[in-house]
Design a protein around this ligand. Structure first.
Ligand SMILES: NC(=O)c1ccc[n+]([C@@H]2O[C@H](COP(=O)([O-])OP(=O)(O)OC[C@H]3O[C@@H](n4cnc5c(N)ncnc54)[C@H](OP(=O)(O)O)[C@@H]3O)[C@@H](O)[C@H]2O)c1
Length: 297
């Protein structure tokens, strides 16, 4: 919830101006926090008419940003995924333009999919990424492009993102699909409030010269999909849809859905929460889903 986040966050350095490219789900939440902390924020979406858009940026149009939009921008965050050729839409279109500005910090929202399958083991930023899926290989290539861009980059790796309006509560409310049971399989998650809170925390640390190149933003409790769905159903006072063993469900799954179930890892947040002292607002899905319930009422 924004009020709690604001209480837990320190304002950005004086005279900062943040440009968020890709003001979708995470981008809008980060923008709301940074604005509430008193910093000027601009958000791009592909269409100016979209909710929360201050400017239009669509890499397929190959046009630069108006120079006026970049005036006095000190911090930049890209929330835009790789394009279908695996190129980074921001760097391929705006790379030169951005390099001509004196940015203090550039963040890139990536995914923990780059780690690949870990057989359920914990994975940290020190582990070498071993992506197996094509989309994760594309993502790692974009991370590398940002790291080699010459910009003052920090890579923020995210597991499954959820929050008000986009959580297991919506799945239980709207889906009649069977729930899948794959014993031993877990997924890591992060509530969107913690993406916003951690981003602000990292920007403030970067201003003090504390700047890990890559950082995971995840909660404390990787858990099975079934556990999360069961808790969501309980919160809504609904019964859980029928449960089906993974081996049977897999026979009719799309290749995309199947690929999610082929990777099993626990994403460590020790660097963020222990070394860099970030306090999670929602350390587990129980806390996060309760917030989603309250926020959507
Ligand atoms: N969803 C997850 O569980 C998850 C997990 C880990 C990492 N991630 C990654 O983390 C980032 C943020 O996730 P999210 O769920 O907040 O993303 P999101 O809501 O899908 O927002 C993505 C943003 O990128 C913009 N965009 C997409 N293609 C573009 C292009 N070619 N040119 C310009 N803008 C473009 C979209 O524009 P419009 O606003 O016009 O649609 C949108 O604002 C993404 O890179 C995502 O892949 C997501």
């Amino acid at each position: 919830m924004l009020s709690e986040l604001v209480k837990n966050s320190a304002p950005l350095p004086l005279n900062s101006k943040l440009l968020i490219l890709g003001g979708g789900f995470s981008g809008q939440h980060i923008a709301a926090l940074v604005r509430a902390l008193g910093t000027h924020v601009l958000c791009s979406r592909r269409r100016l008419e979209s909710h929360g858009a201050n400017l239009a940026f669509d890499s397929s149009k190959k046009t630069l940003l108006p120079n006026q939009a970049l005036e006095e921008v000190t911090h930049l965050l890209s929330c835009i995924p790789p394009d279908k050729n695996g190129e980074d839409p921001v760097l391929s279109t705006l790379g030169k333009q951005l390099k001509s500005k004196s940015l203090q910090w550039v963040g890139y929202l990536s995914t923990t999919g780059v780690y690949g399958d870990c057989n359920g083991a914990w994975v940290t930023e020190l582990d070498t990424p071993q992506p197996k899926q094509q989309r994760s290989k594309r993502r790692l290539a974009c991370e590398k492009a940002w790291q080699e861009s010459g910009l003052p980059i920090q890579i923020l790796r995210l597991p499954g993102i959820y929050g008000p309006g986009r959580s297991a509560l919506e799945t239980i409310k709207t889906s009649s699909n069977k729930m899948i049971d794959k014993p031993g399989q877990v997924f890591s998650r992060v509530h969107v409030d913690d993406i916003a809170g951690a981003t602000v925390h990292l920007i403030n640390l970067a201003a003090k010269g504390i700047w890990p190149k890559v950082i995971n933003i995840a909660d404390d409790l990787p858990s099975s999909n079934l556990e999360v769905m069961s808790f969501a159903a309980k919160l809504l006072g609904k019964s859980l849809p029928p449960v089906e063993p993974f081996d049977i469900a897999a026979k009719t799954m799309s290749p995309m859905a199947l690929s999610f179930w082929q990777e099993n890892r626990r994403v460590s947040n020790q660097m963020l929460c222990k070394e860099l002292d970030y306090s999670l607002i929602h350390s587990n899905y129980q806390s996060g889903l309760k917030d989603c319930l309250v926020s959507s009422n």
